[in-house]
Design a protein around this ligand. Structure first.
Ligand code: 13P
Ligand code: SF4
Length: 335
C-alpha cells in the first residue's frame, strides 16, 4: 500500500474514533484528507467539540500543543511532524517574557500580557499565570480591548506587526505604542501598548512596492492581506484579517473581481483554483511557510499506520494548567 492508501484505509478503520484537523496553510495533498480545516481560532474551538479519541493535527507545533492543552480526558493529540515549529513562536521564550514583564511592571503599573496563539506552551503558561490571555488573528481586536480593560497597559507578543495593526484598529494612539527592547527593557509610563519585536518571516516580506505594483497593474482590483504583514502594507490595502476572514472576503466579492491576496501561498493557490473562471485571485507576492510544509502525506501516512502506539503530544502539567487558563480566557471572552 502507498501512503495515500494507508491514510484512506486507516481513516475507514478508525471511523469516528479519529479526527484529522488541518490549518489553511497546509498543502492540498494534506487538505484532501482532513475532516476539519480552519484558521487557528476555528481549530482551537473545534477541539472541545470533538468526541474522537485520536486527534491528528496537521499544522505547526504550537497548534498541536494548544490542542493538547485544550483536549478532554482520554483524548490523544498527534502531529505528523513534531519538528514543524513556527519561526515566529520561537522568537519569544518563556524566561525572557517573565523577565520583561517584571521590568515593565517595575513602577507598579499592572501590565497585562497578551500572547498570540503562535507562541510556545511555556509562554502561554507565563501569560496565564500573570493574568493575561491568548489571542488569534481573528479575535486580536476583541482580545486587545479585553486586555486593555484588565490593567494599565498590555504587553503584546510575539508579533510586532499584529500588535501594531491591532493597536491601530482599536484606536490606541501611535505615541502610546512602543517596541520593547527585550535585551535591555525599560518601563515607559507613557506607553500603553508594549510590542514584542517578533515577526512572521512569510508575512514580514510584503512591502509597499507589492501594493504599488498591484494598484498599477490592476487599478480596479481589491487587495486583502493577513495582519501579520507590516503596517504600511496593511494601511495601503482594502482589507486585512485572519485566514478565515480572507476566505470570506474572497467569497463575498462579486464575480468578475480581481483580488490580490497577501498570505501564505498554499491558501492563495487553493482560492485561485476554487474561483477559477469566476474571480481572478492573484498572489500579492508568493511566500510559503517552510514549517507548515514539513507536514507531508508520507509523514501523515506513517503516523496513521502506527497510531495505536504513537506517543501523543504531552505538555507538563505545571505548564498545562496556567496555559489552559490563558487559552480559556480567550475562548470565554470570544464565546
Ligand atoms: P490564522 O490565525 O489566520 O490562522 O494564522 C495563523 C498563522 O500562522 C498565520 O501565519
Ligand atoms: Fe509561523 Fe509565519 Fe508559518 Fe504562520 S506562516 S506558522 S506565523 S512562520
Amino acid at each position: 500500500m502507498n501512503y495515500q492508501e494507508i491514510i484512506v484505509s486507516r481513516k475507514q478503520e478508525f471511523g469516528s474514533r479519529l479526527a484529522i484537523l488541518g490549518h489553511h496553510y497546509q498543502s492540498d495533498s494534506i487538505i484532501n484528507y482532513v475532516d476539519h480545516v480552519g484558521d487557528s481560532l476555528e481549530l482551537a474551538r473545534t477541539i472541545g467539540q470533538l468526541d474522537a479519541e485520536h486527534i491528528v493535527f496537521c499544522g505547526v507545533w504550537f497548534m498541536a500543543e494548544s490542542a493538547a492543552i485544550l483536549k478532554r480526558e482520554g483524548q490523544k493529540i498527534h502531529t505528523p511532524e513534531p519538528n514543524a515549529t513556527c519561526t515566529m513562536a520561537e522568537m519569544a521564550q518563556a524566561m525572557t517574557v517573565r523577565k520583561v514583564l517584571k521590568i515593565l511592571r517595575g513602577t507598579g503599573r499592572n501590565i497585562i500580557p497578551l500572547t498570540y496563539v503562535n507562541s510556545t506552551a511555556g509562554v502561554k503558561a507565563v501569560v496565564g499565570e500573570m493574568g493575561g490571555a491568548v489571542c488569534t488573528s481573528a479575535n486580536a481586536r476583541t482580545m486587545l480591548s479585553w486586555a486593555m480593560d484588565q490593567g494599565d497597559g498590555v504587553l503584546f507578543l510575539p508579533d510586532k506587526h499584529l500588535a501594531y495593526n491591532t493597536g491601530s484598529a482599536i484606536g490606541i494612539p501611535v505615541a502610546k505604542r512602543i517596541l520593547v527592547d527585550i535585551v535591555n527593557p525599560t518601563d515607559d509610563d507613557d506607553a500603553t501598548l508594549f510590542m514584542w519585536p517578533g515577526y512572521c518571516p512569510v508575512h514580514d516580506m510584503y512591502i509597499d512596492a507589492d501594493v504599488a505594483r498591484a494598484r498599477r497593474d490592476d487599478p480596479d482590483a481589491l487587495i486583502v492581506v493577513h495582519p501579520e504583514c507590516p503596517a504600511s502594507v496593511v494601511e495601503a490595502v482594502d482589507a486585512n484579517g485572519s485566514t478565515a476572514f480572507i476566505i470570506d472576503y474572497v467569497a463575498e466579492a462579486p464575480d468578475g473581481t480581481t483580488i490580490y491576496v497577501g498570505t501564505e501561498s498554499n491558501l492563495v493557490n487553493r482560492l485561485a483554483k476554487e474561483y477559477a473562471g469566476r474571480k481572478t485571485i492573484k498572489h500579492l507576492d508568493a511566500g510559503y511557510c517552510e514549517d507548515m510544509a514539513k507536514v507531508t502525506v508520507e509523514k501523515l501516512g506513517d503516523l496513521l499506520s502506527r497510531l495505536e502506539t504513537a506517543v501523543p503530544v504531552e505538555t507538563e502539567q505545571s505548564i498545562v494548567i496556567p496555559a489552559r487558563l490563558a487559552l480559556q480566557r480567550m475562548l470565554d471572552a470570544c464565546a
